[in-house]
Design a protein around this ligand. Structure first.
Ligand SMILES: [Zn+2]
Length: 250
């Protein structure tokens, strides 16, 4: 029976046999030698050998010191299938995950990584193969690959609060330095119809002009923003942006 493999993040491939995973250990004169992936965790010294020809037949195997973890092995196979679907289908991340979950046994589902982690895996696989991430249905579905978070080796995604009311801020340190040299800031965005323009006029506030009459809660946030801006030179960029983001209330 040909050998059965599953890919792993850390090593190229793991060999599956009777619910156990094995990692390539070394090459003998006429055989490959594999050892248990849990050789450290359980001090398991189980090894087995396989032929070097195309049949890849198991020649000799020894007993493991621990029970097999079939669900874990199944979970690895499921993740491999998930990655494959990310590449060969145009389905959304959410669709791939829900399909995967619906065809996976309950006992194995518990061994799968979190949905966020699986979303990242799908995005990573797609990015690696130059497939741009699909448009997310909601801001919570947005998973940014690393190449979208950095620019010329520096942070471009400066802030992500990862909360229900998700705020992402993109900037470079140079952008912020430039912005800080100007007294007038313009803000743009998509706002709900009932919001008045008065509430989004940041430029007057930053330049120190008296802003139009506002409700007290907005005034307090304005003062906090002004306070953050005045401490620009003594605040790390991320804290600076976070300070502003947390006080922008529309
Ligand atoms: Zn073992």
């Amino acid at each position: 029976m040909p050998l059965k493999f599953v890919k792993s993040q850390k090593v190229k491939q793991l060999l599956i046999n009777n619910g156990y995973l094995h990692i390539y250990y070394k090459k003998g004169s006429d055989k490959f030698i594999w050892r248990c992936v849990d050789y450290q965790k359980y001090k398991c010294s189980s090894c087995f050998t396989s032929t070097m020809d195309e049949t890849g037949t198991i020649m000799k195997e020894s007993v493991h010191y621990h029970a097999p973890d079939i669900s874990n092995v199944q979970a690895k196979i499921v993740i491999e299938k998930l990655k494959e679907n990310a590449l060969i289908t145009e389905l959304s991340t959410r669709n791939i995950i829900s399909r995967t979950m619906s065809t996976t046994e309950v006992g194995v589902v518990g061994q799968l990584p979190s949905i966020t982690s699986m979303s990242s895996t799908i995005q990573r696989v797609r990015t690696k193969n130059e497939k741009p991430p699909e448009n997310p249905l909601t801001i919570h579905d947005l998973v940014l690959p690393d190449e979208y978070k950095n620019i010329h080796g520096n942070n471009f995604l400066m802030y992500d609060n990862k909360k229900e009311n998700r705020i992402l801020m993109f900037a470079t340190k140079e952008n912020l330095d430039t912005l800080h040299t100007f007294k007038n800031w313009m803000a743009d965005g998509t706002f709900r119809a009932e919001q008045t323009l008065q509430e989004v006029r940041l430029e007057k506030l930053i330049s120190g002009e008296p802003s139009p009459k506002k409700k007290k809660k907005y005034k307090n946030h304005d003062e906090m923003i002004l306070n953050v801006v005045q401490k620009f030179n003594e605040t790390p960029a991320v804290l600076y942006l976070r300070g502003i983001a947390q006080n922008i209330k529309f």
